[in-house]
Design a protein around this ligand. Structure first.
Ligand code: NAD
Length: 553
């Protein structure tokens, strides 16, 4: 390219240049995803998650912006893997944008096929919220991790992690949220990390409270905080494949054990156990096969220790990094004896359509988000987890790009929040419209057998009719834009998932759209889990007025 790529930033405030607020919202969210405060590599149009992009290439991005600005209120823009391919006349209640990203016919659904098509300029990787223009930065990671540990607290420890110790590893991009999330749930954590710079970074950004000088020191501190009931996080420099077996040898059993090292990638992610005179980078460069073998050996030792801690009474769970699979490949035949985090702690939320609800203030004014925080604290006074999270977030979370918030809400809650925001726009309590969306990691929007749909009660883990129905239901129910993606989170061939975004612009039409799509979207989570036979979902379906003929409800 002759010129350096421009720095992108969403317009702010109550004036729009597009013909309707939905088109304006789509344009602002697309640009916000690529704001340098939000995106990992905006110069390459990459938002997050490896190479998750918001637009296929620069000409596509400019064409998207121009088209959104001229799009009429009865037209729909079609986006194929980040390229605006057509504008069709539809009707005012239709989505203004429909996106499909990274989808491949199942037989060809591999990284090899995708890479070849991407090189030929025919596709882009949409990840989850990158290609559907509703990524909001790291707030989502912290909140999701908090939900997981709060879920563990609810299931095993009477609703709080107070007086418990969690042992985990990995203080990287996502794993770095673990110490703060455990602390928010009331507990003590010891997080093992092999790279001292990662420990320093988490200390500097206050995601980690303190660092211990040895395993003995870490355990002494942790025991003291546990006895006092103090929520506190401790970092420990070391290799998890060494430290966890040492815990076993010492006879120390934590209440919870998990891991967020990058075990999904044995060559570049997981660090094998090294002698002091060895350098992992050198071993990798000079003897890659030996490096891989040693990474696998270490992951096997790591998982054997987790299994032993589990046998001794610790609650063990996998945090979506494929560590169990790696250990299994290395000969640990019982590696899958402990569950993934979704079946362990999140599925119960999914059974009531509860998942990551997020919203963004198009005014650009943080005060608009604080006003919505207060409004939700009043609207849901009995939801303790929501109260704790929103109170914390309002005080501590730094915004990236347009001010945004996330919290988990379920069926018959999301629409109440959405309508309330719409009223607040209408009566001037908010300065400009609010965009409402969610992750694709949600109750009824994803088929991903090693994550969100692992171990479904009826064995339907790989059935992707559900996210397809979810996508179509969003379009039929008044969403502002809808998307269908493949390969998010766990890679090509392993997941299919749908996205949905709505806009509260204060109009009666918006109120109607919000009343439909923010009921029907979380309803898909309840329906999917009721159909799979989950008692809670069946009860929620009855209590919250769903009509499910095949189940006699
Ligand atoms: P990252 O690569 O940024 O960080 C991984 C960290 O682990 C690094 O700091 C590294 O030094 C450390 N590490 C590697 N080997 C180690 C060892 N043997 N002992 C101790 N520390 C070691 O990755 P990230 O973004 O933090 O994600 C971590 C993993 O968790 C990934 O595999 C990711 O896919 C997974 N994850 C899944 C979910 C989910 O399923 N929802 C959520 C978050 C993360």
């Amino acid at each position: 390219m002759a010129h350096p790529p421009p720095t992108l930033r969403a317009p702010r405030g109550p004036q729009k240049t597009a013909k309707g607020w939905i088109q304006e919202a789509a344009k602002r969210m697309l640009l916000n995803n690529l704001d340098p405060e939000v995106a990992e590599h905006p110069e390459a149009l990459i938002v997050y998650g490896g190479r998750g992009k918001a637009a296929r290439d620069w000409p596509s991005l400019f064409a998207l912006i121009e088209t959104l600005d001229r799009l009429e209120d009865d037209e729909t823009l079609l986006v194929q893997s980040g390229k605006p391919v057509a504008v069709l006349q539809t009707h005012p209640f239709a989505p203004r944008v429909i996106l499909a990203n990274s989808n491949l016919v199942p037989h060809w659904a591999t990284w090899e096929t995708f890479d070849a098509l991407e090189r030929a300029g025919l596709m882009m990787y949409g990840q989850m919220t990158a290609g559907s223009w509703i990524y909001i930065g790291t707030q989502g990671i912290l909140q999701g991790t908090y939900e997981t540990f709060a879920g563990a607290a609810a299931k095993h420890f009477g609703g709080t992690l107070k007086g418990t110790i969690t042992v985990t590893a990995g203080l990287g991009g996502m794993g770095g949220a673990q110490p703060l999330a455990v602390k928010l749930a009331g507990g003590v954590s010891v997080t093992v990390e092999v790279d001292p710079t990662r420990i320093d970074k988490r200390l500097a950004t206050r995601y980690l409270d303190e660092v211990a000088s040895s395993l003995g020191d870490a355990l002494k501190r942790a025991e003291r905080y546990k006895q006092e009931g103090t929520a506190r996080s401790i970092g420990l420099l070391g290799n998890a494949a060494e430290v966890l077996p040492q815990l076993v040898a010492r006879g120390f059993t934590p209440e919870l054990v998990t891991d967020q090292t990058s075990a999904h990638d044995p060559m570049w992610g997981y660090i094998p156990v090294m002698r002091p005179d060895e350098d992992p980078d050198r071993l990798r460069a000079e003897q890659p096969e030996r490096y891989r073998e040693r990474a696998y050996e270490a992951m096997a030792a790591h998982v054997r220790a987790i299994l032993e801690l589990q046998r001794r009474g610790a609650v063990a769970f996998d945090y979506g990094n494929n560590l169990r699979q790696r250990a299994f490949e290395a000969g640990v035949t019982d590696a899958f004896s402990y569950p993934g985090f979704v079946p362990a702690f999140i599925r119960d939320s999914f059974c009531e359509g509860r998942g990551p609800f997020r919203w963004v203030a198009l005014s650009g004014d943080p005060e608009d988000i604080y006003a919505t925080d207060r409004a939700l604290l009043e609207l849901f006074p009995d939801d303790e987890r929501l109260q704790a999270w929103l109170t914390y977030a309002a005080k501590e979370i730094a915004f990236q790009g347009l001010p945004a918030r996330i919290c988990w809400l379920g069926l018959r809650e999301r629409d109440r929040a959405g309508r309330l925001f719409n009223e607040m726009v209408a009566d001037g309590r908010l300065k400009a419209p609010i965009v409402i969306g969610r992750d694709h990691l949600d109750a009824g929007s994803v088929a991903s057998p090693y994550r969100e749909t692992e171990a479904m009660r009826d064995g339907s883990d790989a059935v992707s009719d559900w996210p397809l129905l979810n996508f179509a239901v969003g379009a039929a129910s008044g969403a502002a834009w809808v998307s269908f993606h493949h390969g998010g989170g766990v890679g090509m061939g392993f997941s299919q998932h749908a996205g949905l975004v709505a806009v509260a612009d204060g109009s009666p039409e918006a109120a109607l759209r919000l009343s439909r799509c923010l009921v029907n979207d979380p309803a898909m989570g309840v329906i999917r889990h009721a159909d799979a036979g989950y008692e809670k979902a069946l009860r929620v379906a009855r209590e919250r007025g769903l009509d499910l003929p095949a189940l006699g409800i």
